[in-house]
Design a protein around this ligand. Structure first.
Ligand SMILES: [Zn+2]
Length: 186
């Protein structure tokens, strides 16, 4: 069954509401998709720390690295885990806090007009087939729901914050993803 978005929530996602969001600016179109990666601790997969982090519930005593990110308030709209499980933290009509200082085609502050999707992973570790498949389905559903979003308007975090961010990294196969998306678009 095809994925669908209903009132900003993906029907196929497990909802884990994050407090880290706010309204988009008045009249802001949602017209950019930003692909990220994250793993907590870095390079380790599974375990649920990403969800805790995005909900300000990370136990910072659990790992030395967690001290470095203690107190940060961030989020993304979606997380696609290694297994392909899809988690949604923020309604896509709201502004999630994933891009930071960023710029796309001369427009600053990409959080205002973008949707952020985190792939559980790290820059140099191949993503799973399940992740590519869920990303494809989710992207298609988002393009259906957000009328200003197109398959051309998909970037990596590194594209909108060059020199500061490297994700989703060389391991992300853009050609594979773009081919899958174009095959799906009408
Ligand atoms: Zn990122």
């Amino acid at each position: 069954m095809a994925f669908s978005i209903q009132q900003g929530w993906c029907a196929q996602a497990r909802q884990v509401p994050s407090p880290n969001y706010g309204p988009r600016p008045d009249g802001a179109a949602v017209d950019l998709l930003v692909v990220h990666n994250i793993s907590l601790p870095p390079g380790e997969f599974g375990g649920g720390a990403i969800e805790q982090f995005f909900c300000n519930q990370l136990d910072c005593s659990a790992h030395p690295f967690f001290r470095e990110i203690e107190g940060l308030e961030v989020s993304a709209h979606f997380l696609i885990q290694r297994t392909g499980e899809l988690v949604q933290f923020v309604n896509t009509q709201e502004r999630a806090w994933h891009a930071g200082v960023s710029s796309y085609q001369g427009r600053e502050n990409c959080n205002d007009f973008s949707i952020g999707i985190e792939l559980e992973g790290s820059d140099d570790v191949p993503y799973t087939d399940a992740q590519y498949e869920v990303l494809r389905q989710l992207t298609h559903a988002l393009i259906d729901f957000h009328r200003d979003l197109t398959s051309e308007r998909i970037v990596g975090h590194s594209d909108i914050a060059p020199g500061r961010k490297t994700d989703p990294g060389p391991a992300f196969d853009w050609r594979r993803f773009r081919t899958a998306i174009s095959g799906e678009s009408t």
